[in-house]
Design a protein around this ligand. Structure first.
Ligand SMILES: [Zn+2]
Length: 235
């Protein structure tokens, strides 16, 4: 039997938690404005993504009123980060990092590679709109990486797979048989691809290089684990 005293005691203990949760929700559900975006450093931007992934993996993703956010961002957007991710259905960046409407730009293509169009999109995200970080997000068991490892030839996929040549070039005899069933080898290529893709951005874009040199932008590579939802950072 729950006494009045016990009930009140439990309620008193639960209230601060409820207030804290409500406060966290109101902060996280506030949309990014240009002023809020400017107040965030490149390191803060990466930290926000890390905290968001922590919420995601611990079942604490925040439910916001998305239609309210749609209305609040209709006139302008000021996302704080840009993510280059794979098209894989299991790695949606907004979900994995627990982000919502107007928070992050996302470019998605098989194997999270970049080309002129994607680099142009990243220049727009950062130089024009002001995002403070770019994350190249690879993942394990990536079909595009497996196809590249197996040297698949099929339609336009053949040309797409040429983008993985620099990552494949990191392999040596010690990595064993080049076959998509060799999980460590596939993982090594996926990690090399995310890292090399991130590193290539400042080489291929003077605009991104200038922002990084001026410490207005941080570029990082990370890997998403499709078995745990956890993102680990390579740089
Ligand atoms: Zn993939």
């Amino acid at each position: 039997m729950i006494t009045r005293r016990l009930f009140c005691g439990c309620l008193a203990g639960a209230l601060p938690l409820a207030v804290t949760a409500a406060r966290a929700q109101s902060v996280e559900c506030a949309v990014f404005t240009p002023d809020r975006q400017k107040s965030i450093s490149p390191d803060d931007a990466i930290a926000r993504l890390k905290v968001g992934n922590e919420r995601f993996t611990t079942g604490k993703s925040i439910n916001c009123d998305l239609m309210a956010q749609v209305k609040e961002t209709a006139g302008n957007q000021a996302p704080y980060a840009a993510i280059v991710g794979c098209i894989d259905s299991r790695v949606a960046p907004e979900l994995v990092f627990d982000q919502r409407i107007g928070d992050v730009f996302c470019a998605r293509v098989a194997g999270n590679i970049v080309n002129t169009d994607i680099i142009g999109s990243l220049e727009y995200s950062t130089k024009v709109v002001g995002a403070r970080a770019i994350v190249v997000l690879g993942h394990n068991s990536c079909g595009a990486i497996k196809a590249a490892v197996d040297n698949v030839k099929l339609g336009n996929i053949t040309a797409l797979l040429k983008n993985f040549q620099p990552a494949l070039a990191t392999l040596s005899k010690a990595d064993g048989h080049r076959d998509s069933h060799n999980y460590p080898l596939v993982q090594k290529v996926a990690e090399a691809n995310a890292k090399l893709t991130a590193e290539s951005l400042t080489k291929r874009s003077p605009i991104l290089k200038q922002l990084v040199d001026a410490k207005q932008l941080k570029i990082a590579a990370a890997m998403h684990d499709i078995k745990t939802g956890k993102v680990s950072w390579l740089s």
